[in-house]
Write a protein that binds this ligand. Structure first.
Ligand code: ACO
Length: 434
C-alpha cells in the first residue's frame, strides 16, 4: 500500500519532512514547519489567483474540466436541464437531495410568497440615475436588504439563515425586474404569485397594462433551463467573493452583494454582454476571419465567451444552450448574430491557437443570443445570470458558515516593497521618477 504522504527535502537545510496527503491535497499550513532557522517564518505557498489552491471542501457542485462534466449534488447538468425545473434544482442545491412532491410544493409556496419587497426598496431604487446599469442597482439593492432584515446578522442561527436564503431567492427576480423597469423609465410591476418563478419574472419585466401577463411557454421553459444551468458553479470568482466576505460573519445579503459585484466583471458574468458587443462589432460572417486574425495577435482582443479557468473542453452548459437557441428562435425569429457566432466557433475549433490552449465556448457564448432574441437589452444579461446564481451563492455561503474548519479568510502575501526607511521632511524630498 502506498503511504498517503509527501516527502519534501529542503535543499537549504538538507532536512526531510513528511506531509500528509488527504483528498489529493497537502495542507499548505503544514509547510510552515519547513524553516531555515528559528527566525524563519516558515515556507508558504505562493498561488496568485488560486490556480492550484483549494480554499474549502464542498459537497454541492462537481466539475471535471477536462471531461466537460458538471453535476449538482451528483446529478448531471444535462439530466437536470432536461427533466427538472429551476425551483426543484434550487431545492436540491440548498438541501442536498431532490424534493418529494410535497417538499417541492411547500418550497415553491414559500419562495413565491416572499417575492414582494418593502415599499421603501422602491424609493431606494428610484434614487438611481435613469441610465444606471441594472447590475449596479441590483448589487446595491441586495446589499441594502440587510438594513431591512436585521435578523440576517444571526448567521449562526440555522433558521435565520434559511429565512434569508429564501428571501434572497424569492426577491432577486423582483429586484432584477425593478432595476430593468427603472432603467427603461417604466413603472414597476408587482409580483404575481400565481405564475411560475420564471413566468412571474417575465411578467414583472414585460407586462404593460395586462391584468395577467400571458407568458409564452417556450420562452418560459427556455429561461427556466438557463436558470438551471447557471444555478451554481463551485468556487468561481463570485462564489469565492461571497465566501470570503461572508467569512467575516457579515450578514448574507452583504456577502451575496459582493458576489454580484464580482459577477459583473467582463471576465466573469459580464462576458455574455461582452460577447454580444463583440458580435455586433464584427457585424458580418465575412468579417470573422479578419477578427480571428486580430485575436491571435499579441495585443489583440479576446474571443469573448471562449476559454475557462476550469473547463479545458466544451463547457457542458454551452452545449445545452446552443441546442435551446433553435427552439427559442422558432418563437422569436432567428437572431442574425447567431451565424457570426457559429462561424467563430467553427474556425476556433479547428485553429491551432485555440486548440493548443484548449479554448472552447463557455456558458456565455450563446446565452446572450437567446436573451437578446427574448428582447432583453445587453445590460440585463449579467442580471439574468445573477438571479439563478443566488441559490449557489447562498448555499456556498451556508456551507462555509457551518464548516468548522473555516475561519475569517486572510491570505498571506509576499512582501517585495522597500525595506524599513526613515521619514523625510517634505522640503528635503527628491522628485520620484513615477
Ligand atoms: N481569446 C483568446 N485567447 C484567450 C482567450 C480568449 N477568450 N482565453 C484565454 N486565451 C489565451 C490567453 O491569452 C493565454 O494565451 P498565452 O498562453 O499565449 O498567454 C491562454 O489562452 C491561457 O489563458 P489564461 O488567461 O491564462 O486563462 P485563465 O484561466 O486565466 O482565464 C478566462 C480564463 C478569464 C475565462 C479567459 O479564458 C477569458 O478571458 N475568456 C474570455 C472572457 C469570458 O468568456 N469569460 C467568461 C468565463 S465563464 C464565466 O465566468 C461564467
Amino acid at each position: 500500500m502506498p503511504k498517503d504522504t509527501l516527502s519534501v527535502t529542503d535543499n537549504r537545510t538538507g532536512k526531510t519532512y513528511e506531509l500528509p496527503i488527504a483528498n489529493g491535497c497537502i495542507r499548505t499550513a503544514d509547510l510552515r514547519q519547513i524553516k531555515t532557522g528559528p527566525e524563519d517564518f516558515g515556507l508558504m505557498g505562493y498561488d496568485p489567483a488560486f490556480l492550484n489552491t483549494a480554499n474549502c471542501t464542498s459537497r454541492i457542485t462537481f466539475i471535471d474540466g477536462d471531461k466537460g462534466i458538471l453535476e449538482y449534488r451528483g446529478y448531471p447538468i444535462e439530466q437536470l436541464a432536461e427533466h427538472s425545473t429551476y425551483l426543484e434544482v434550487a431545492y436540491l442545491i440548498m438541501h442536498g437531495e431532490l424534493p418529494t412532491k410535497k417538499e417541492l410544493d411547500d418550497f415553491t409556496f414559500l419562495v413565491m410568497h416572499h417575492t414582494y419587497v418593502h415599499e421603501n426598496i422602491k424609493t431606494f431604487m428610484d434614487g438611481f440615475r435613469y441610465d444606471a446599469h441594472p447590475m449596479s442597482i441590483l448589487a446595491s439593492t441586495v446589499a441594502a436588504l440587510s438594513g431591512f432584515y436585521p435578523d440576517a446578522k444571526h448567521v449562526k442561527d440555522a433558521r435565520a439563515r434559511r429565512v434569508q436564503m429564501v428571501r434572497m431567492i424569492a426577491k432577486m427576480p423582483t429586484i432584477a425586474a425593478f432595476s430593468y423597469r427603472h432603467s427603461m423609465g417604466l413603472p414597476y410591476v408587482y409580483p404575481n404569485n400565481d405564475l411560475s418563478y420564471v413566468g412571474n419574472f417575465l411578467s414583472m419585466v414585460r407586462n404593460i397594462g395586462e391584468a395577467k401577463y400571458a407568458v409564452n411557454p417556450v420562452l418560459e421553459r427556455a429561461l427556466d433551463v438557463l436558470f438551471i444551468l447557471h444555478a451554481d458553479h463551485e468556487q468561481n470568482c463570485s462564489t469565492t467573493a461571497t465566501r470570503l466576505v461572508g467569512s467575516s460573519e457579515v450578514d448574507p445579503f452583504s456577502a451575496v452583494a459582493a458576489g454580484i459585484e464580482a459577477l459583473y466583471g467582463p471576465l466573469h458574468g459580464g462576458a455574455n454582454e461582452a460577447v454580444l458587443r463583440m458580435l455586433r462589432e464584427i457585424g458580418h460572417v465575412a468579417k470573422v476571419p479578419q477578427f480571428m486574425k486580430k485575436v491571435k495577435e499579441a495585443d489583440g482582443p479576446k474571443l469573448m465567451g471562449f476559454g475557462h479557468r476550469v473547463y479545458k473542453s466544451y463547457d457542458p452548459r454551452a452545449k445545452v444552450i446552443k441546442r435551446m437557441a433553435e427552439q427559442v428562435f422558432e418563437v422569436t425569429g432567428k437572431n442574425p448574430l447567431i451565424d457570426i457566432a457559429v462561424e467563430l466557433e467553427r474556425i476556433a475549433l479547428q485553429d491551432d491557437y485555440f486548440v493548443k490552449r484548449k479554448l472552447y465556448p463557455n456558458v456565455d457564448f450563446y446565452s446572450g443570443l437567446i436573451y437578446e432574441a427574448m428582447g432583453f437589452p445587453v445590460d440585463m444579461f449579467p442580471v439574468l445570470f445573477a438571479i439563478p446564481r443566488t441559490v449557489g451563492w447562498c448555499s456556498q455561503w451556508e456551507e462555509m458558515i457551518t464548516d468548522d474548519e473555516q475561519k475569517i479568510a486572510r491570505p498571506r502575501q509576499v512582501y517585495l516593497g522597500p525595506k524599513r526607511r526613515d521619514y523625510v521632511a517634505v522640503e528635503k524630498r527628491k522628485p520620484s521618477s513615477t
